[in-house]
Design a binder for this molecule. Structure first.
Ligand code: EPU
Length: 419
C-alpha cells in the first residue's frame, strides 16, 4: 500500500490552486440519472471517491467518458440496473446519494449500508424516513436496503437533524416525483445551491436551495435536459486546509477559491492572529510571529466545517495557550488525536466531543496511519510541521479527496514523496 514519506520543518511558501469540490461532484454525477441527455461536467477533481462513483454508475449502465483533463461527459439515458454494487458502494459514504435519483428514475433501488471510513458508517435513517414520506416502501435485511416506489409523491418533510447528503438526495428524488415537496430544516451548503441552480437551468423547479426551506415542484417522471455544462465550484475544504497550512508553515496564497464560502475559517484564523489577505478568488495566509490559541466549534454551513476540524487542531498545537475544540457534527471524529499526542502534542480529551489543546508544542516525525481523508491530510500538515521524518500509511484515504496532493505541496517547498 502506498505511503507518504515527509521530512518536516521546512517553511512553505508560494501559490496553490484549489481543485473542484469533491462534495459537489459526488452529487452531480448521480444527478445524471435525472436527465435524458448527456451532461458535461467541468473542473472534476481526479480523486478516488469520484472514480468509485464512476464505477458505480457504469455498473448500472451509465456511459462515462473523460473528454478533457478535468472534464467528463456522462449519459445515464440507458440505465438498466437498480442495484448498487455492494463492494464499491460500501467503500464510500457518497454512494448513498445515487440511491435517490435511481429510485426516482427506475422505481427501485437496492444498496448496502454505505461506508468509507470510520465516520462514513453513520446512520441513514433520515434518507429512509424521507423516501417513506414520499410513498416508497423500505425493506431492510442483513445485506442492506431495498426501496421501491411505483409512484413517488411530493411530501412535506422536516429533517430532524440537518443532513447535507440527505438534503441533496431528497431534493433530487423530489425532482421527478408527482406534486410538490417541501424540505424543512434543510442544509445550506453552497454545493446544494450550485446543484439546484444547474437542475433549474435544465428544467427542474426548485426554490429556496441554500436556505432552510426548499420547495420542489416535481415533473411526474419527465426527465430533465441539460443545456449548459456544469462547472464544479471550488473545494472550500481544500481552500481552508491550505490556509491552515500557510498559517502553520510560512506564506501560502490559495488561488481559484471562493472566499465567500470560507468566511468562518477566515474569521477563526484571524482570531488566532494569522495574517490574511482576501482577493476576489484567492486568499493568502501568513504565519504570524505568535500564533494565538483560539477555541473552535464545528457547525453546519456557514459555521466552521467539521472537515477542517482536524487540520485546525494541528494548527492549535503550534499556538500559544489553551484552545478548546468542540466537534458537534459527528461522533468519532476526534479519533486521530492519539496519534498527534504520540507526535508530541499536548491534547486532553474532555469528553467524546471536546478536546483541550495546549500549545505550543514541538511535534516529532513518526509513522502514522490515516483513519479518514480529512484526518489524513491533518497528519500531512502535522508531519510537515514536525521535526524529523514521518511515514503516513493508508494514503488511499487521502487520495479519496485530494488530487495529486504531494505534487501540489512540493511546489510550496514541501519535502514529501509517495512510496
Ligand atoms: N445523520 C443521521 N442520520 C442520517 C444522516 C445523518 O443521524 O440519516 C447524522 C450524522 O451521523 C451526522 C449528522 O447527521 O452526525 C450530519 O451528517 P450529514 O448527513 O450532514 O453528513 P453527510 O451528508 O453524510 C456530508 C459530507 C461530509 C461532511 C458532512 C458535514 C458528502 C459526500 N459528505 O456528509 O464530508 O463532513 O456533510 O458537512 O457530501 C468529507 O468530505 O470528508 C466528509 C465526511
Amino acid at each position: 500500500m502506498a505511503e507518504f514519506l515527509i521530512k518536516g520543518g521546512k517553511a512553505l511558501k508560494g501559490e496553490i490552486e484549489v481543485m473542484g469540490a469533491k462534495n459537489s461532484v459526488l452529487k452531480v454525477f448521480p444527478a445524471s440519472l435525472l436527465f435524458s441527455n448527456t451532461l458535461r461536467i467541468k473542473n472534476v477533481p481526479l480523486i478516488e471517491d469520484v472514480f468509485r462513483m464512476i464505477d458505480l454508475l457504469e455498473d448500472i449502465g451509465s456511459k462515462v467518458g473523460k473528454t478533457g483533463e478535468n472534464t467528463f461527459e456522462i449519459n445515464s439515458g440507458k440505465v438498466s440496473g437498480s442495484k448498487l454494487r455492494k463492494d464499491i458502494a460500501e467503500r464510500f459514504r457518497g454512494s448513498i446519494v445515487l440511491a435517490g435519483p435511481l429510485l426516482a428514475r427506475s422505481g427501485k433501488v437496492i444498496f448496502p449500508h454505505p461506508g468509507g471510513c470510520v465516520i462514513g458508517k453513520r446512520p441513514i435513517d433520515i434518507f429512509l424516513d424521507g423516501w417513506t414520506k414520499m410513498g416508497a416502501k423500505v425493506k431492510e435485511n442483513g445485506e442492506g436496503y431495498e426501496i421501491t416506489a411505483a409512484r413517488l409523491r411530493g411530501a412535506d418533510f422536516t429533517f430532524k437533524n440537518i443532513s447535507v447528503t440527505g438534503t441533496e438526495t431528497l431534493m433530487m428524488t423530489a425532482v421527478l416525483a408527482e406534486g410538490k415537496t417541501i424540505l424543512r430544516n434543510a442544509a445550506l451548503e453552497p454545493e446544494i445551491e450550485s446543484l439546484a441552480k444547474f437542475l433549474n437551468e435544465s428544467g427542474a423547479k426548485i426554490k429556496g436551495a441554500g436556505s432552510p426551506t426548499i420547495e420542489i415542484e416535481g415533473t411526474r417522471g419527465k426527465l430533465l435536459r441539460a443545456k449548459n455544462p456544469f462547472e464544479v465550484i471550488p473545494d472550500r475544504i481544500e481552500a481552508g486546509t491550505f490556509l491552515i497550512l500557510g498559517a502553520a508553515m510560512g506564506k501560502v496564497k490559495v488561488k481559484n477559491c471562493n472566499p465567500e464560502h470560507i468566511t468562518t475559517v477566515i474569521a477563526t484564523l484571524r482570531s488566532a492572529g494569522v495574517k490574511l489577505e482576501v482577493g476576489k478568488d484567492w486568499v493568502a495566509a501568513e504565519k504570524p510571529k505568535t500564533l494565538l490559541a483560539s477555541d473552535m466549534k464545528t457547525r453546519e454551513y456557514p459555521g466552521f466545517a467539521t472537515d477542517l476540524q482536524a487540520p485546525f487542531t494541528v494548527l492549535m498545537t503550534q499556538a500559544k495557550g489553551d484552545s478548546m475544540i468542540f466537534e458537534t457534527v459527528f461522533e468519532g471524529r476526534l479519533n486521530y488525536v492519539e496519534e498527534l499526542v504520540r507526535m508530541g502534542a499536548s491534547i486532553t480529551p474532555l469528553d467524546q466531543h471536546r478536546i483541550l489543546v495546549q500549545g505550543p508544542t514541538i511535534l516529532r516525525g513518526r509513522e502514522i496511519e490515516s483513519p479518514d481523508l480529512r484526518a489524513g491530510l491533518a497528519f500531512v500538515i502535522a508531519a510537515l510541521v514536525a521535526k524529523g521524518e514521518s511515514t503516513i500509511k493508508n494514503i488511499y484515504q487521502i487520495d479519496r479527496g485530494y488530487e495529486k496532493i504531494e505534487e501540489r505541496l512540493k511546489k510550496l517547498g514541501a519535502d514529501i514523496k509517495r512510496k
